[in-house]
Structure formats: structure tokens, C-alpha cells
Design a protein around this ligand. Structure first.
Ligand code: GLU
Length: 399
């Protein structure tokens, strides 16, 4: 058969974070002692009060369709959280609840983009942004940041990348994969460019609860009407509440965009899972002590991992202040020899680590930084220690 498939879909690469994680899980299932630094997925169980609410939802028959963009009770809980945590006024009708953060992004770009519209994505970036933009008919424009600027986009670099086709900027803080947080001053400078040059900001704030040290998360849309009108603020429950599998993401946006996203969703998926929505209400409105406990544990792991990686031969990194990743420069590994074979790339290093050391890392070529890899510290400190020992052993074996 010679029927051609969709060019748009063919241009999309499968998600390597998910592929590597699946491989690590598969090896574990085969009995291998694998350490998985792969996907950013908290190792904690979803807190019990949240699970109980889901069970209640099932037992009370809350198992039918809900309004396509989500139940009002959850929109109200999100609206309250936007006000108290982000200093943002989004009325319930400005909120769209979707099947996870990726689905929110898909809705956003479907609502914003016409064929050929450009979306500026600072690199390093979470690998799914360019693919989702392409699927929505847009053109990703990658702007590479530098280590000297802590991998953060500057207003000057942003302005230089703007063309008459620029429709939006993707701004991810706290950042996956770098763990960096934008300061209020940096965000204000970026907001000024967005307003002056008139484009949208897709503010992905999925890791907003996971910040460490004194610096707090700031939402770009909170700076005033001009930037609020151009921003879609996007978050979800997966990371802060250990709810990755429940698939609940959400957006706050200007009403016209929310309506459009809601109608797109009404045809593509209908409502997000009714039971997960009830659980999400409990997550946001219920006691937050388990979230606090997870956060404290993440911080311990962060410090431990940063310290260890900083002291390893051939690697360098900068201290992450948010999310749960350490972004590691492995450029000095390239060109070394492992068991008589030259290591040509970080991807090859990742293959050696999984095959010979049963340790999964994420090589960051798909994140726009081929000489780097990402380690997730959303696994136990014992696992982190074991995995880092293995990486160190590998590094010491290089010639
Ligand atoms: N967002 C997480 C990560 O970067 C989960 C995997 C994925 O969706 O890419 O690891």
C-alpha cells in the first residue's frame, strides 16, 4: 500500500522522556535493579484524602459525563487557588480543565495558531512544546539561552527573535529541565516585550509549588491588564500532588480564549475524567500537609543530588531552585573512551548507563541541549544515592 500518512503527524517525534521511562519500568519488571532518573514523576503515592474522594465519587455514581470544560466545583477551587497563590483573578468561566498539562497546551495552541504562526520557545525546553506547536500548525522558533544567564530568556534575546509572524512565547517557570526560576524583574522585562510587540504568553507554571530557598514563584499575568489579556496561565495537579496518572491540567485565560478552548475540547475529548475531577477538588481544597511533606523531601534530595553531581569528575551543573530536576553539562564526557569505544554523544552515554549500569537518565538533545542530560530527583534518596554511585563509577572508568 502506498497511501501517504499525515505529514504533520509524521514530523512529530515520540516523547523520549516517556520512552526512557517505559524502558526503565520494563527492565525493572524483568527483575533488573534499575535506577530511574527519567520521567519527572513523584515516587510518592497520591495522598490518601485525595484517593478517598475518588472512591466516594465512584460509590456515589459520579461516573457520568460532566460539562466538557470541567465541573464548576473544581473551577471554583482553581479560581480560589489562582487568587491566593498566583495573585490572579480568573473567574470560573475563564478556566478550562483538561486531561493533563499536555492537553491544556494542545488546546491553547489550537485556539491561538493559524498555519505558519511562530511560537518562540527558549531552549532548553521541555521536549513536548515544539511538537505540540507543530501539531497545531505553528512553527517553533527556538531561542537558545546560555549557562551564564542561568538558561533564562532575556528580554533582549526575546525582542531579537520577534517577527511579524510571532504569535506567542512559551515561558516555563519553574523550568523543566533546568530547575531555574525567573525573578519578578526578569518577568516584567519579558512582559514589556510581549505587550509592546503584541503577542501571547503561554505561561507554563506546572511546577509552581515546587520552589526552594527564598525566591518565590511569580506569575507573569499578575503584572497588570495588558499582560493579563495576552497570557494563558497553565498548571496542573500532577507534580505537586503526586497525581501524574489522574491527568488533570488546567488553564486560566481571557474569556474568549477559554471559550474557544472549551469548544475545541468538547469535540476532541469531552470532559476530563469525572472521578479525577472530584479528587482534584479535594487536592486543592483539602489539607495540604502531605504536599508540604513531599516538598520538604524534594528539597533534601535536591541538595544531596546537586552536591554530589557538582563534585563528580567531567560533569558540571548549576543549583536548581525549582521543579525536581538537575540539568547536567556532560560536554567533557564526549570524546572520552569507554571500554575502548569513543563516547560520541550524551545519548550514547545514556545508552551505556542504562545497558551496563541499569541507570536511566534523560539525554537532552530533544530539550535543545545535546551536551546535557537531566536527572529527576522525584525518586527516593536511597535510589538517588545508588544511581549517582553508578554514574560516578562510569565516569571514573572513562579514559
Ligand atoms: N513532564 C514530565 C517530564 O518531563 C513527564 C514526562 C513527559 O510528559 O514528558 O519528565
Amino acid at each position: 500500500m502506498s497511501l501517504e500518512l499525515s505529514k504533520k503527524a509524521a514530523a512529530v517525534k515520540p516523547s523520549s522522556t516517556l520512552a526512557i521511562t517505559a524502558k526503565a519500568k520494563e527492565l525493572k519488571a524483568q527483575g533488573k535493579d534499575v535506577v530511574g532518573f527519567g520521567a519527572g514523576e513523584p515516587d510518592f503515592d497520591t495522598p490518601e484524602n485525595i484517593c478517598d474522594e475518588a472512591i466516594n465519587a465512584i460509590n456515589s455514581g459520579f461516573t457520568k459525563y460532566t460539562p466538557a470544560s470541567g465541573i464548576n466545583e473544581l473551577k471554583e477551587a482553581i479560581s480560589k487557588k489562582f487568587k491566593s497563590f498566583n495573585n490572579l483573578d480568573y473567574a470560573p468561566e475563564q478556566i478550562v480543565i483538561s486531561n493533563g498539562g499536555k492537553h491544556s497546551l494542545t488546546n491553547i495552541f489550537t485556539a491561538l495558531l493559524n498555519p505558519g504562526d511562530e511560537v518562540i520557545i527558549p531552549a532548553p525546553f521541555w521536549l513536548s512544546y515544539p511538537e505540540i506547536v507543530k501539531l497545531a500548525g505553528g512553527v517553533p522558533v527556538i531561542v537558545t539561552t546560555t549557562k551564564e544567564q542561568n538558561f533564562k530568556l532575556t528580554a533582549e534575546a526575546l525582542e531579537a527573535a520577534v517577527t511579524d509572524k510571532t504569535k506567542a512565547l512559551v515561558l516555563n517557570t519553574p523550568n523543566n529541565p533546568t530547575g531555574m526560576l525567573y525573578t519578578e524583574e526578569e518577568l516584567r522585562a519579558i512582559a514589556k516585550v510581549a505587550v509592546e510587540k503584541d503577542f501571547y504568553v503561554v505561561a507554563d507554571e506546572m511546577y509552581e509549588n515546587l520552589t526552594y530557598g527564598d525566591q518565590k514563584h511569580v506569575s507573569i499575568a499578575s503584572f497588570g491588564k495588558d499582560i493579563y489579556d495576552r497570557t494563558i496561565t497553565c498548571s496542573g495537579l500532577a507534580k505537586s500532588y503526586a497525581m501524574t496518572g489522574w491527568r488533570i491540567g488546567y488553564t486560566g485565560s481571557p474569556l474568549a480564549i477559554a471559550k474557544m478552548m472549551g469548544s475545541v475540547q468538547s469535540h476532541q475529548t469531552s470532559n476530563p475524567n469525572s472521578i479525577a475531577q472530584k479528587a482534584a477538588v479535594e487536592a486543592l481544597n483539602g489539607p495540604q500537609d502531605s504536599v508540604e511533606a513531599m516538598h520538604t523531601e524534594f528539597d533534601k534530595r535536591r541538595k544531596y543530588m546537586f552536591e554530589r553531581v557538582s563534585n563528580m569528575p567531567l560533569l558540571s551543573t548549576i543549583e536548581p531552585m525549582g521543579a525536581f530536576y538537575v540539568f547536567v553539562d556532560a560536554s567533557q564526557v564526549i570524546g572520552k573512551s569507554y571500554k575502548g569505544t569513543k563516547v560520541e554523544s550524551v545519548a550514547q552515554m545514556a545508552d551505556i548507563l542504562i545497558n551496563d549500569y541499569s541507570t536511566a537518565i534523560i539525554p537532552c538533545a530533544d530539550f535543545g541541549f545535546a551536551d546535557y542530560f537531566r536527572l529527576s530527583y522525584a525518586i527516593s534518596i536511597e535510589q538517588i544515592e545508588k544511581g549517582l554511585n553508578r554514574i560516578e563509577e562510569f565516569l571514573k572508568s572513562l579514559q
